[in-house]
Design a protein around this ligand. Structure first.
Ligand code: HBI
Length: 95
């Protein structure tokens, strides 16, 4: 069982992240990114895919042309866990 983060842990985590927001239901964090073109966006997604596989923690995401929308949540915790924060930090570095 993966530990779910408390509200205060989530808000302090969000301060250390770049542009992530807490989803309305409080169970996920989301970030939208815009790149110069599709190739740049997909290259970013490729880097994130490798990071996700290494972390065994995978994003829910949507891409149209140069835009990528990412949602992170921990299915095993039915909410947010440290895994989401750790992957979000790696995503920020890969952007
Ligand atoms: N990715 N976002 C997310 N949440 C999970 O709980 C999760 C995952 N990727 C793989 C994974 N869990 C596996 O560890 C379990 O499905 C066994």
């Amino acid at each position: 069982m993966v530990e779910r983060l408390s509200e205060s842990e989530i808000s302090s985590a969000l301060m250390a992240l770049k542009g992530w927001k807490l989803r309305e239901d409080g169970l996920a964090i989301t970030r939208s990114l815009q790149f110069s073109d599709f190739a740049e966006a997909f290259g970013f997604m490729t880097r994130v895919a490798i990071l996700a596989e290494k972390a065994d923690h995978h994003p829910e995401w949507f891409n149209v042309y140069n835009k990528v929308e990412i949602t992170l949540t921990t299915h095993d915790a039915s909410g947010l866990s440290e895994r989401d924060v750790a992957l979000a930090k790696q995503i920020d570095a890969a952007a």
